[in-house]
Design a protein around this ligand. Structure first.
Ligand SMILES: [Zn+2]
Length: 164
């Protein structure tokens, strides 16, 4: 028994009905979505997408980190992405803590995390402005690539465009 047996069992069922796929790794709808790791978010479902349509980049807080920028560059030049949606959400755990609070918490477990930047989100509007600006101003993406922000309501399922 391993901690992952349930997953392999579920996959065996999945693969039986899967057949084969002709999808390539390119984003068929030309879309990349940057969103949070929150387990209530079903990025494909809530956007009317299916596997193959979009690149989904997830991390704590839907933050545009250096690694997200790196991935977007690859997604644009290699994998057909032509537009980027940054999708934050209501009730985000990252908006409820500060980096210092996380450091204190881990310290209480005997772990020093002060070399990590958690990119916590004390102000979601400010974080969204900052992250959209990061994508729009990077010299590594095509100028004028459509970039937008949106807020997903985890209680209603509704997505609202973020005012620019
Ligand atoms: Zn979140």
């Amino acid at each position: 028994m391993s901690a992952f047996d349930d997953l392999y069992a579920a996959n065996a069922t999945f693969a039986k009905e899967f057949g084969t796929s002709d999808l390539t790794g390119r984003a068929a709808r030309g879309l990349a979505v940057v969103t949070c790791m929150d387990s209530r978010i079903d990025p494909l479902g809530l956007l009317g997408l299916k596997p193959g349509d979009a690149k989904i980049l997830r991390n704590a807080g839907a933050r545009v980190t250096d690694d997200v920028l790196r991935t977007l560059v690859l997604a644009v030049y290699l994998l057909g992405v032509e537009r980027v949606l940054v999708m934050a959400h209501t009730d985000c755990g990252m908006s409820k803590v500060t980096d210092d609070a996380v450091h204190d918490l881990t310290q209480s477990h005997g772990v020093d995390t002060r070399m990590l930047d958690f990119h916590t989100v004390p102000d979601q509007a400010a974080a969204m402005r900052h992250d959209l600006t990061r994508i729009r101003s990077t010299p590594f993406l095509p100028p004028g690539i459509p970039v937008a922000g949106a807020m997903y309501d985890v209680h209603t399922g509704l997505l609202s465009p973020y005012p620019d």
